[in-house]
Design a protein around this ligand. Structure first.
Ligand SMILES: [Zn+2]
Length: 366
């Protein structure tokens, strides 16, 4: 029998904003831990994290712009950690928003769901490594769009890398006609939304890929001047003491024509990849660990599998996206954010519909 334990992390930057005191929050954290720990005897520990902040910024420039902005942020994460002998499985749920404490108030169901999934994964087999038709949910498509493609669209990166300048040619085909990728800092109510960027440029909708072709990239004033293109409202800094860098805002793969259930129909053997755990990118190569997966057998979602890792070349993978779902979902708020040039975490919106990728390399048990 393992001794059960719990971790509760509380991060406050603004008691003023939530109006909550630490004792109340500790009580809530303890309750969530209890829900996880009591779920099953295989649960070994729980981990609950909460953070809030309220940021006010002022911007003025010599062109006469004067901008005041307030950014509230509340987020929570709860994880269940289950153990059977040497096998440990974790499942984590995140949530939150800019609208107040109510965005994390009803986390009880998430706590139970995290515990349940962690326990279920103990008896799920690891996926057999191989090349499959993969259906990926919105967590995976949103992350792929940001991590694998979005960073390559940052103009400072393109400008500094001769190889990327050769690859990221405006007008070049990157995928099927239905493939559209957009960064939009002006979209209301998302994590990366601002009226102006940190250089006073108004944010706007910027198409990166339109109808399968590369049509744009993200700019600060500096990168735009260097490449003789227009600033796009993407100069952002984590705090006032940092220089603004070319950063994403709300980046998403736009909806396509396909019904989610139709994506499975003609797959004899495939993998349905769900949720996101961790990942790495190096230039155009990526490796993403997803939360868990299901095998797809003869057009149907079949058994739960663990240790699903997707890997490949971002450009080849984009060309292999052959179906795009008809509804975009966004990642919920949560701890962390995007990092670049020593500045992190930056709040960004990640979104996408479910997508189908042909010939996708899935790592797992060989
Ligand atoms: Zn990032």
């Amino acid at each position: 029998m393992w001794v059960k334990d719990s971790i509760i992390n509380l991060g406050f930057r603004s008691a003023y904003y939530t109006g909550f005191n630490s004792n109340l929050l500790l009580g809530k954290g303890a309750l969530l831990c209890k829900i996880v720990l009591n779920y099953d005897e295989k649960i070994q520990s729980s981990d609950v994290g909460y953070a809030d902040s309220f940021k006010k910024s002022w911007f003025a420039n010599s062109e006469g712009a004067y901008i005041e902005e307030e950014t509230p942020d509340v987020n929570m994460a709860v994880a269940g950690i289950a153990r059977d002998g040497d096998l440990v499985q974790t499942n984590r749920r995140i949530g939150g928003g800019a609208d107040g404490f109510q965005s994390v108030e009803n986390f009880h169901k998430d706590a139970e769901a995290a515990a349940k999934r962690a326990v279920e994964l103990l008896s799920a087999p690891p996926v057999q490594g191989g090349t499959y038709s993969v259906v990926a949910d919105h967590f995976v498509s949103g992350l792929f769009t940001h991590e694998a493609f979005g960073h390559l669209s940052e103009a400072d990166f393109v400008d500094e890398n001769p190889k990327m300048r050769e690859l990221m040619v405006i007008g070049k085909r990157f995928g099927v006609d239905n493939l559209n990728i957009i960064d939009d800092g002006a979209m209301p109510g998302k994590l990366g939304t601002h009226k102006f960027d940190y250089e006073g440029t108004p944010t706007r909708e910027n198409y990166l890929i339109k109808d399968g072709h590369l049509v744009g990239r993200l700019h600060s004033r500096e990168s735009a001047a260097k490449m003789s293109e227009e600033p796009t409202g993407n100069a952002r800094a984590v705090e006032f003491q940092h220089p603004p860098l070319v950063r994403m805002t709300n980046t998403y793969l736009d909806k396509g024509p396909d019904k989610f259930e139709d994506m499975f129909k003609d797959i004899e053997l495939g993998v349905y990849a769900v949720g996101f755990k961790g990942g790495q990118t190096a230039m155009e190569m990526f490796t993403f660990s997803v939360d868990y997966g299901y095998m797809i057998r003869n057009g149907e979602i079949a058994e739960l599998v663990r240790d699903v890792v997707l890997t490949g070349n971002v450009f080849e993978t984009m060309m292999n996206i052959d179906m795009i779902g008809d509804e975009v979902s966004w990642w919920p708020n949560g701890p962390g954010g995007c990092g670049k040039g020593g500045q992190m975490p930056l709040r960004v919106g990640l979104g996408g519909p479910p997508i189908r990728i042909q010939n996708c390399v899935v790592g797992g048990q060989q």
